[in-house]
Each structure stands twice: as structure tokens, then as C-alpha cells.
Design a protein around this ligand. Structure first.
Ligand SMILES: NC(=O)c1ccc[n+]([C@@H]2O[C@H](COP(=O)([O-])OP(=O)(O)OC[C@H]3O[C@@H](n4cnc5c(N)ncnc54)[C@H](O)[C@@H]3O)[C@@H](O)[C@H]2O)c1
Length: 436
């Protein structure tokens, strides 16, 4: 029997052992989904504490309830480890490691390379490798393929290599991992076919595309689409402010058009591991092909300027109350990069707090999901937004529109509120609320 048939038979029978490399926001939900589908799964992470937490059935990812995790751990279908020698047990591996930018804003794919080195060193029986980490077009073919083909192994026959973008939307209960269609592109058609058989075990819809390069670009298009549209609406918001027009009312009315318009909303800036970073992977690669994409960099420029705009507007509001920014007490409400999650990576709150502090403001923050903010040299502990604390500040700035905040109480007690998310739309502003 060919290697492909052997592997496909194991997948069909539910006996193929899957290694998920990198069990963070993307890898852990995916590992749990496959384990729920009955496949034996081993999660690998360089941080032993993450593996230990998984083995205790304690989830550290909001979208994975601990009791769901405990069920698959107790059933023995999911284990986690930092011992990469256990890749020797695996028939397939899915890579979900970080893909940040270097200080120069160039892609840093060193985590992908490190994961592949572990597969080469230990994954003797690992015939299928799928990369899910967001990356530039060509990563599978130009970087991973030569590593796995070492020693004359033939892709599409001896091993199978694919890209399948992760599209998880943290905090979105309507679309858990299993219900988000999975795009799969292989180095060869056989690669895509084998990976599709695997994903069909746990994911409702698999969308095959003609190559790994196309699949890599699909993810970058999706996130560039968001970044550019958010950049556009942030610029429109600033334009409306200059012309004294309520941008939120404009968007709300435009969104009643039943075709041809998708509402995007302004905010204090982009955050998270994806939207601020991924488009720059695409522009970096495009420049190597002597193509200079303009939208991507313009959107990044506008989005990156939003925290400074928020601080400027905060200073204007305080000025209207005859107060200087220096020495004023500012309560920042929400530091996670988006609603109802605990992720603070790249959060615009970090830049806003940093700028406020540099201008001499006394900053505290409240966030029910983030007890300690420890990012980019900032270290602060959350406070409770009690009526007394709200009343004691000079300005409350809503950066993240968490559902858990009591907006009527915020408006009732704070002397002034700057709402960058339109979170107080349904609350009587009592003349105290200024919106972005
Ligand atoms: N978080 C999201 O919403 C999201 C959505 C879509 C795509 N992505 C992409 O998915 C990828 C992973 O993102 P994430 O949010 O899960 O990151 P994360 O930091 O939450 O998880 C990555 C994990 O990989 C581990 N790791 C690092 N190097 C490793 C190695 N060599 N071997 C094993 N483990 C290693 C880290 O310790 C960490 O636990 C990124 O490329 C990201 O762009 C993320």
C-alpha cells in the first residue's frame, strides 16, 4: 500500500495520531476539536507550563472551556508535552506557532523554522505537515519543502505538505473552530487531498485551492481587507470630526443599504496578533517581486496614528474642562485589543497609556479580562471601576467595549467620558460623553 493510502486509511479509521505544534490561541482550540472528533492528539509547546496546564485540564484560552478540555484529557485523546521526541509517535503535524514582525517590520518566521527542525529531527513517521501560522506566500514551498525533502524524500509521495490558514475569531461564540470553513492548498494535489481528509474529521467545510501559495495569500487578503477598511473608516471618522459630523450615525444609516456596503467601525487603533501584522507580510513579499503595494502601507499608517489621535482628543476634552493633561487622572476602560477577550498583544491601549503617561497624566486602567497589563515595558495592575473611582478621575476613556462594563454607571459617575467605540450609544450621555 502506498504511503498516501496508508495515511488516509489511518485518518479514516480515526487512528492517525496528530501533533499540534504551538498550543496557543489557535493551536489549543484546534487540538481540542480533533480530540473531540476522536483522533489521538499530542499538543507540543516550548513552554512546559502550557503543556502542564493542558494536562491538568485547565484552559488558558477563552474560547476553550476548561470542562471541554478536561473531557478530552481524561478520555486520553489529548495530551500535551514539551518533549519534541514524542513527534516520533505522530502521523501528521499541524504547525500553529507565532509569526511576528522583526523590529525592522520584516517577517520573522524563525518559529516556523524551529518547529520544522523538530519535525525533521523527531518526526520519523510524520507524513503530513500542515502550516497554519499566517505567513507570506511561498513559505511552504521555499522554506519548509527543502527542509522536509532533505535526503531525497519526495513530496506528494513520501510526505505531504500543505498550508491551511487559521481563521479563528477569538470571542466569537457563533463561529467556533469547527464551523469556520477551512481553506487547504497543497504543494501537490495529493498533499491537499490528504490534508482535506484530515480536516474533514473535525471541520464542517473544507475548501480546497490549487496550491499552498494561493492558500497563504487567501489569509493575507482576508486580513488586508480588514486592515484597509478599518484604515478607511478611521480616516472618515477623523474627517467627520473635523467637519462636526457624527460618524457613528453616518455608518449606522449607510449600513441599512441592503447591498454593496459592509459596515466597518472606527476605533483607537488596531490590535491583536493578526490585523496589524499580516498585511505587512504581504507587502514585504510583494516588494521582493518589485511591486509596491500602496493601500497596505497607507492603511497601516492611518491605523497606527489612531492612539496619538485618541490622546490628542483626550487633551482637547480636558481642555474644555479647564484641565491640562499633565497631572490629570485618567481611567482607561479596557486594555484588551478587542471586546470580551483577554489578549493584549499589540493592543492600542498600550500606546494610548504610554503616550498619556509621557505627557504627565496619571493613568489607571480597568479591564475585567486583564488583571495585570504587562506588555512592551508597561506594567500596571487593574483597578475596579467603582462609582468612587469613576468619580475621582478627570476623564474615563473607553478603549475596549467589553460587555461586562456597566456603561450607565460609567456615564453617571465619571465627570467626562471619551468613548472610542460607541459603547455608550444606548446610554443617555448627560452631556458628558464625547465619541471618537
Ligand atoms: N490569535 C488569533 O486570533 C489568530 C487568528 C488567525 C491566525 N493566527 C495565526 O496563528 C499563529 C499562532 O497564533 P496564536 O495567536 O495561536 O499565537 P500564541 O502565541 O497564542 O501561540 C503560539 C504558541 O506557540 C508556542 N511556540 C513558539 N515556538 C514554538 C515551537 N518552536 N514549537 C512549539 N511551540 C512553539 C508558544 O509558546 C505559544 O504557546 C500566528 O501565525 C497567527 O498570526 C492567529
Amino acid at each position: 500500500m502506498s504511503i498516501r493510502n496508508q495515511l488516509q486509511s489511518k485518518i479514516e479509521a480515526g487512528t492517525a495520531r496528530l501533533g499540534v505544534i504551538g498550543i496557543g490561541y489557535v493551536g489549543l482550540p484546534l487540538a481540542v476539536e480533533f480530540a473531540k472528533a476522536g483522533l489521538p492528539v499530542v499538543g507540543f509547546d516550548v513552554k512546559p507550563e502550557k503543556a502542564e496546564q493542558v494536562n491538568r485540564g485547565e484552559s488558558y484560552v477563552g474560547d476553550v472551556p476548561s470542562d471541554e478540555l478536561r473531557r478530552v484529557v481524561e478520555a486520553g485523546t489529548l495530551t500535551a508535552t514539551s518533549d519534541f521526541a514524542r513527534l516520533g509517535e505522530c502521523d501528521a503535524a499541524i504547525i500553529c506557532v507565532p509569526t511576528p514582525l522583526r523590529k525592522t517590520k520584516d517577517p520573522d518566521i524563525s518559529y516556523i523554522v524551529a518547529a520544522c527542525e523538530q519535525i525533521v529531527a523527531h518526526g520519523t513517521h510524520c507524513r503530513l505537515v500542515v502550516l497554519e501560522s499566517t505567513t507570506y506566500p511561498g513559505t511552504c514551498e521555499e522554506v519548509i519543502l527543502p527542509m522536509l525533502a532533505e535526503g531525497g524524500r519526495r513530496v506528494g509521495e513520501d510526505f505531504f505538505l500543505c498550508f491551511s490558514p487559521e481563521r479563528v475569531d477569538p470571542g466569537n461564540a457563533e463561529f467556533p473552530t469547527s464551523r469556520i470553513p477551512k481553506v487547504v492548498g497543497g504543494i501537490t494535489p495529493a498533499c491537499a487531498e490528504v490534508a482535506a481528509r484530515l480536516y474533514e474529521k473535525a471541520i464542517v467545510t473544507v475548501v480546497p485551492v490549487s496550491s499552498a501559495r494561493v492558500a497563504e495569500t487567501v489569509k493575507l487578503l482576508e486580513n488586508t481587507f480588514r486592515s484597509v477598511n478599518i484604515g478607511l473608516i478611521n480616516e472618515i471618522a477623523r474627517m467627520c470630526h473635523a467637519m462636526r459630523i457624527d460618524v457613528w450615525e453616518v455608518i449606522g444609516a449607510a449600513a441599512t443599504k441592503p447591498f454593496g456596503f459592509i459596515p466597518f467601525y472606527p476605533g483607537p487603533g488596531l490590535g491583536g496578533h493578526c490585523i496589524p501584522i499580516d498585511p505587512l507580510y504581504l507587502s514585504w513579499k510583494a516588494k521582493l517581486a518589485k511591486f509596491n503595494p500602496k493601500f497596505i502601507e497607507l492603511a497601516a499608517e492611518i491605523n497606527e496614528s489612531m492612539p496619538a489621535h485618541v490622546v490628542e482628543r483626550a487633551a482637547e476634552i480636558l481642555n474644555d474642562h479647564a484641565k491640562p493633561l499633565r497631572g490629570s487622572k485618567i481611567l482607561v476602560l479596557g486594555v484588551a485589543y478587542k471586546k470580551d477577550v483577554n489578549d493584549t498583544r499589540e493592543s492600542p491601549a498600550i500606546a494610548v497609556i504610554d503616550l498619556l503617561q509621557k505627557k504627565g497624566a496619571l493613568v489607571e486602567y480597568a479591564d475585567p479580562h486583564v488583571p495585570v497589563l504587562d506588555e512592551e515595558g508597561l506594567r500596571l495592575e487593574a483597578v475596579d471601576p467603582t462609582p468612587e473611582r469613576l468619580a475621582a478621575c478627570d476623564l474615563a476613556i473607553i478603549i475596549t467595549d467589553h460587555a461586562a462594563f456597566d456603561y450607565p454607571a460609567i456615564v453617571a459617575h465619571a465627570p467626562a467620558v471619551f468613548d472610542t467605540r460607541n459603547a455608550t450609544a444606548k446610554v443617555d450621555g448627560q452631556g458628558k460623553v464625547v465619541r471618537l
